[in-house]
Design a binder for this molecule. Structure first.
Ligand SMILES: [Zn+2]
Length: 84
């Protein structure tokens, strides 16, 4: 009878050991999956514009405006617009 109890306990031990190992492996696999990247917040997205003289692209918030055109610097503000 004690032999039967020994084998039952051994089987339970193996069962729980295997289950713990599988759970650890599953958790490790989950960690390798890259997290879902959410879209950047709207505040991080800035409109871009290009300089009417040199064509440089830069944030619209840094633009200098003259005659309805955007310029990258005060020096280019005084120069004529780029002719394509
Ligand atoms: Zn420019």
């Amino acid at each position: 009878m004690s032999r039967a109890i020994f084998w039952i306990l051994l089987a339970l031990l193996v069962y729980f050991a295997v289950r713990a190992k599988l759970r650890a492996a599953a958790r490790k696999h989950e960690m390798h999956v890259p997290p879902q990247r959410s879209a950047p917040p709207a505040a991080a997205i800035e409109d871009m514009t290009s300089c009417a003289h040199c064509g440089l692209h830069f944030p619209a918030s840094e633009a200098l405006h003259a005659d309805g055109r955007d310029y990258c610097s005060p020096a280019h503000l005084r120069l004529p617009p780029h002719q394509p």
